[in-house]
Write a protein that binds this ligand. Structure first.
Ligand code: ATP
Ligand code: MG
Ligand code: MG
Length: 582
C-alpha cells in the first residue's frame, strides 16, 4: 500500500518499477533443513496464489544461511514438493547466491557507522538485552569502537582469523526501542561449516535478520508475505533496507497453520525419529508433504484445504478432519471401488456344489459408467472381513451372526449363517452358511464385501501388508500439559499404526494396477517404484493406495500376476466417513 511504507528515496521506487514494470513479485523462502509440511502448503498457496491473481511472479528462494542444518536432499525435495502441489517457480534462487553482495552490504553498513564487530559472548549479549528478568538494557564497549577498527575486525572474521564465537558483526540499531528486534541484532557470525553450495568458501554467514530483507530487495519482491511470528521483525526489516538505502519491499503477515493431533516443527519430527516412534520423515502418519504424498493424499485436496482456510492473521489449530473431508471429496471422484477383507474369515456356502462358478459383474464406481465394470468369480468358498461377523448377535447388529442373514455386494441373494467350524484352539475356522437362492428370502439391511476362493482365476489376490494409520498423537494439542502431563512425546499413540498381513482383495485390483501401469505416467511411476497415483476404494473400508515399499515390476503389473519378489503394500489414505466416536 503506497504511503504505508515510504521509500527513503523516491528514486528507489522508480528504479523498482522499471525493473518490475509494476508487476507483483512474491517469493516462497523455505530453509532447506527438512521436508516441507502442511503449513508450508499454506505459505506456497499464499505466495504463488497472490502472484497469480495479480498476473505476477513468484520465486522459490532457498533461505540457506545455516550450513549446519541444510542438506541437498532437502533442496531437491522442496522443489519436487512445490511442483507436486502444482506450482512452478518463476525463478529458483538461493540466499547463498547473494553471499558476496550481502558481504559487500555488511561492509557498507559498517562504513556508515551502523554496524560493529562485537566480541561479547552470547551470555553477555543476552544480559545487554535485558537478560532473563527483562531488566535494564545497555550497550557494550565494542559498540562505539572506531569504524576503521570494525572494518578491520570484520575482515579478520572473514579471513578465518577468529574462532567461532570470538566475534560477530552487530547492527547498530536502538537498544532503548521497545521492540527486541531493534536491540543490535547480529548480522554475521562465524561458522566453520561446509555449505551445501558454497563449500568452505565462507566461514562467516549472514543471519536471517540480515539476509531476508536484503534478498527480497535484490529480487524486487513487492510483497514479502510471512507468518505472524515475524511481525516484530518488520521493524528491523525496514530499518536495514533504509540504513543501506536500498529498495524496501512491503512486509505483510498472515497466520501460521497448525493441525490437530500432530506436530509440524522439524526439530520435533527429528525427536520422534530419534525416539523410534517413526522411522522416516515421510512416515504416512506425519503431515510433512512427502508423508501425505506417500500416504496417497492427492495434491488437489491439500490445496483445497488451505484455500478454504483463507488468509487471515489468526493462527488457530485446525481440525485434521477438515483436511480429511477434502481428501474424501477428492478421492470419491477419482477412485474405483473393489472388495477387500483386511482380516479375512472363510465362509462356506454348503448348498452350492464344489465346482460352482458364476461371474458377477460389478461397476468400478456405482452410478458412474465412465469407470467401467469388472467381473469377479463367485464360488462355494468365500472370504469376508472378520468385522462383518459376530458370534454373539444383538438386535442392532445388521451383519452376519448365527442364524442371521446378510447381503453380498452385487449378488441377488443373501447368505444365512447356519453353523461355525472351529480350530483346535476354539477360534473360528469357517463360517457355514446357506446361499438363499430358493424360496422366500430374508431382506438384508446390509450388503457386505466378499472375495471368492478361486485360485484358477487368481482370486483372492493377497496383499503382503495393509497399513492403517491413526492419529500419531492421542490429543488434539499434544503440547497441552493438562492432557499430556508427561510432555508431547508421552502423547504419542503407540497403536497409531496397525498392520494387516493376511488381507485379501478381489482380482479387480490387478486390472486397475495393469491399466495404471500401461499409461505413460504409470510407466514412469512403476519404473521409479512409486505407486502413489493409483488410488482405489476398498468398499466400506476406506481409500487406499500402494505404499512405496511395494515391489512390483512392470512385467508383473502388466501380466497381472505376482512374481516371486512382488510385494504389495497398501496404505489407507483416509476412512470413508468421519469416525463417529470423536
Ligand atoms: P518449521 O520450523 O515449522 O519447519 P519454518 O518457519 O522454520 O517452519 P521455513 O522453511 O523458514 O520454515 O518456512 C518457509 C516459509 O513458510 C516461511 O515464509 C514461513 O513463514 C512459512 N511457514 C512455515 N510454517 C508455516 C505454517 N505452519 N503455516 C504457514 N506458513 C508457514
Ligand atoms: Mg525459518
Ligand atoms: Mg524452523
Amino acid at each position: 500500500k503506497a504511503g504505508e511504507n515510504p521509500q527513503i528515496k523516491p528514486e528507489l521506487t522508480e528504479e523498482h518499477l522499471r525493473a518490475t514494470k509494476g508487476m507483483v513479485i512474491t517469493r516462497f523462502p523455505p530453509e532447506p533443513n527438512g521436508y516441507l509440511h502442511i503449513g508450508h502448503a499454506k505459505a506456497i498457496n499464499v505466495n504463488f496464489g497472490y502472484a497469480k491473481i495479480h498476473g505476477g511472479k513468484c520465486n522459490l528462494r532457498y533461505d540457506d544461511t545455516n550450513p549446519e542444518a541444510e542438506e541437498q536432499e532437502y533442496v531437491d525435495s522442496i522443489l519436487d514438493t512445490v511442483r507436486w502441489l502444482g506450482f512452478e517457480p518463476d525463478n529458483v534462487l538461493y540466499s547463498s547466491d547473494y553471499f558476496q553482495q550481502l558481504y559487500d552490504l555488511a561492509v557498507d553498513l559498517t562504513r556508515r557507522g551502523l554496524a560493529y564487530v562485537c566480541h561479547c559472548t552470547g551470555e553477555q549479549i543476552h544480559e545487554q538485552r535485558g537478560g532473563e528478568n527483562k531488566g535494564e538494557r545497555f550497550s557494550c564497549e565494542h559498540r562505539d569502537r572506531p569504524i576503521a577498527e570494525s572494518l578491520e575486525e570484520f575482515q579478520k572474521m572473514k579471513e578465518g582469523r577468529y574462532a567461532a564465537n570470538e566475534a560477530v558483526l552487530r547492527m547498530k540499531m536502538d537498544m532503548q526501542d521497545g521492540n527486541p528486534q531493534m536491540w543490535d541484532l547480529i548480522a554475521y557470525r562465524i561458522l566453520y561449516a561446509s555449505h551445501h553450495r558454497t563449500g568452505t568458501e565462507w566461514c562467516i554467514y549472514p543471519t536471517y535478520d540480515f539476509t531476508h530483507c536484503l534478498c527480497d530487495s535484490f529480487e524486487n519482491i513487492t510483497h514479502s508475505l510471512c507468518t505472524r511470528e515475524f511481525t516484530q521483525s518488520r521493524q528491523s526489516y525496514y530499518w536495514l533496507c533504509d540504513a543501506l538505502e536500498v529498495y524496501k519491499p512491503v512486509q505483510w503477515e498472515y497466520g501460521r497453520l497448525s493441525v490437530t493431533n500432530t506436530l509440524l516443527s522439524k526439530r520435533k519430527l527429528l525427536k520422534l525419529r530419534e525416539a523410534g516412534f517413526i522411522k522416516a520423515l515421510d512416515d504416512p502418519r506425519l503431515y510433512t508433504i512427502p508423508a501425505l504424498r506417500r500416504r496417497g493424499v492427492p495434491p488437489q485436496a491439500i490445496n483445497a484445504f488451505v484455500r478454504e482456510l483463507g488468509v487471515s492473521t489468526s493462527s488457530p489449530i485446525i481440525s485434521v478432519e477438515r483436511l480429511e473431508n477434502h481428501i474424501r471429496d477428492c478421492l470419491n471422484e477419482i477412485s474405483p471401488r473393489v472388495m477387500a477383507a483386511l482380516d479375512p474369515v472363510r465362509v462356506v456356502l454348503t448348498n452350492l456344489p464344489e465346482d460352482h462358478l458364476e461371474m458377477v459383474e460389478l461397476p468400478y464406481k456405482p452410478r458412474d459408467e465412465s469407470f467401467g465394470s469388472h467381473k469377479v468369480p463367485f464360488t462355494r468358498v468365500l472370504y469376508i472381513d472378520s468385522s462383518d461377523f459376530r458370534e454373539v448377535d444383538s438386535p442392532d447388529y445388521y451383519r452376519l451372526a448365527p442364524n442371521k442373514s446378510v447381503g453380498l455386494q452385487g449378488l441377488a441373494h443373501p447368505i444365512t449363517c447356519t453353523d461355525i467350524r472351529r480350530n483346535a484352539d476354539g477360534s473360528v475356522a469357517e463360517i457355514v452358511c446357506r446361499y438363499e437362492n430358493e424360496g422366500k428370502q430374508p431382506k438384508p439391511k446390509t450388503f457386505i464385501q466378499w472375495i471368492a476362493d478361486c485360485p484358477k482365476l487368481g482370486s483372492p489376490l493377497r496383499l503382503d501388508e495393509v497399513r492403517i494409520y491413526n492419529p500419531l498423537f492421542k490429543h488434539a494439542n499434544p503440547y497441552d500439559e493438562s492432557v499430556a502431563p508427561g510432555g508431547w512425546l508421552s502423547d504419542v499413540d503407540p497403536d497409531s499404526l496397525q498392520v494387516y498381513k493376511n488381507a485379501v482383495v478381489e482380482v479387480g485390483l490387478w486390472d486397475l494396477i495393469a491399466k495404471f501401469a500401461a499409461t505413460e505416467a504409470g510407466k514412469k511411476d512403476v519404473a521409479k517404484g512409486c505407486f502413489e497415483n493409483i488410488r482405489f476404494q476398498f468398499m466400506r473400508m476406506g481409500y487406499f493406495t500402494l505404499d512405496k515399499d511395494t515391489v512390483l515390476t512392470a512385467a508383473a503389473a502388466s501380466a497381472a500376476t505376482k512374481g516371486d519378489d512382488t510385494k504389495l503394500v497398501a496404505n489407507r489414505i483416509v476412512t470413508l466417513k468421519e469416525d463417529p466416536k470423536k
